[in-house]
Write a new protein. Structure first.
Length: 64
């Protein structure tokens, strides 16, 4: 009976430690995901031209 209790405690401790290890690995990746998301948003908001913003040519208006 005592061996089953010890094995139960060890199994629970092992499961908790595996869960915490996986959670730490996941949380370590969060800053990289946020940085990547911000880069994506910046790229989406940028104009798609390779030459930069186009300058408008202003022509005088002829009122005749």
């Amino acid at each position: 009976m005592d061996a089953q209790i010890v094995l139960g405690i060890l199994a629970t401790a092992g499961a908790v430690s595996i869960f915490l290890f996986a959670l730490k690995g996941l949380l370590d990746q969060v800053p990289d995901v946020i940085r990547s998301w911000r880069r994506i948003m910046v790229e989406m908001r940028r104009p798609h031209s390779d030459h930069g913003p186009e300058q408008e040519v202003h022509r005088p208006v002829d009122d005749s």
